[in-house]
Design a protein around this ligand. Structure first.
Ligand code: DHB
Ligand code: MG
Length: 238
């Protein structure tokens, strides 16, 4: 993992831990004002430190965005690639409510156990299905089982697999579905066409796939804040 020391900051360093104070202050201001977290969300966010990918969970104001997108799109069924401690999972689960369903795919049993505890504490465990194993395999199982289509898909797992996850998402959704992809800016590294960083190539490849898919309307937004300089792609299936 790069960029964990303050003096390592630079345009090509993937650095989600060090943000300018002003970015952090603005996140803190709006999150405190607009994004109240209950104890369960705080515990889930803090337990991210105990996962195999410490502190990779979305920021509180980003979690709220995911919840709002879920509400705004009227989504009832959400599929998430990459659970970790289940912080974003809680936002989705609360947005769809007990009549909805969230299926979240996590590689590591260790992380899944942390997530299940957090989901239980948040009161959403009953309508969240945590599936452990390589997400591509779990998604293929959903396809093979003829899973009911999902209304919103959040792709936030290992970045080199982004194109495979998008392909799976397209087999698990129908018209009107929303697809959100996290971490598509990476301190600006996304514009480096010659990058030998597999995560950057995974983002560029999935962006290319979206660009050439006439069924997908999409945009990408840069974000700055406590997670550094990053961004999301938001797409909608026609
Ligand atoms: C990474 C993954 C994430 O989902 C994230 O939000 C930040 C970083 C990573 O793979 O480095
Ligand atoms: Mg992420």
């Amino acid at each position: 993992m790069t960029g964990m020391t303050p003096d390592a900051a630079g345009p090509t360093v993937i650095n989600r831990y060090e943000s300018p104070a002003a970015w952090r202050d603005v996140d803190a201001y709006f999150s405190a004002l607009l994004v109240p977290e209950d104890d369960a969300l705080v515990a889930a966010r803090e337990s991210g430190a105990a996962t195999t990918m410490p502190n990779a969970e979305v920021a509180p104001n980003q979690g709220a965005l995911l919840g709002l997108l879920t509400h705004l799109s009227g989504a009832r069924r959400v599929l998430e690639f990459g659970t970790l401690a289940g912080y974003s999972t809680i936002w989705f689960a609360r947005a769809v409510g007990p009549q909805g369903r969230v299926v979240t795919l996590e590689l590591e049993e260790h992380n899944a156990q942390i997530a299940r505890t957090n989901l239980r504490r948040a009161g959403v465990r009953e309508w969240v299905d945590v599936q452990v194993g390589p997400a591509a395999e779990s998604a293929q199982r959903l396809i093979d089982d003829g899973a009911e289509p999902f209304d919103l898909v959040f792709i936030d797992a290992d970045k080199p697999s982004n194109p495979a996850y998008l392909a799976a998402a397209l087999r698990l959704t129908t018209s009107g579905a929303v697809i959100v992809i996290d971490n598509v800016v990476r301190d600006g590294a996304v514009t480096d066409r010659d990058s030998d960083e597999p995560r950057v190539q995974g983002v560029r490849a999935v962006a290319q796939d979206i660009a050439t898919n006439p069924e997908l309307d999409a945009t990408a937004l840069q974000t700055v804040g406590i997670k550094g300089w990053d961004g999301v792609i938001i797409a909608r299936r026609r």
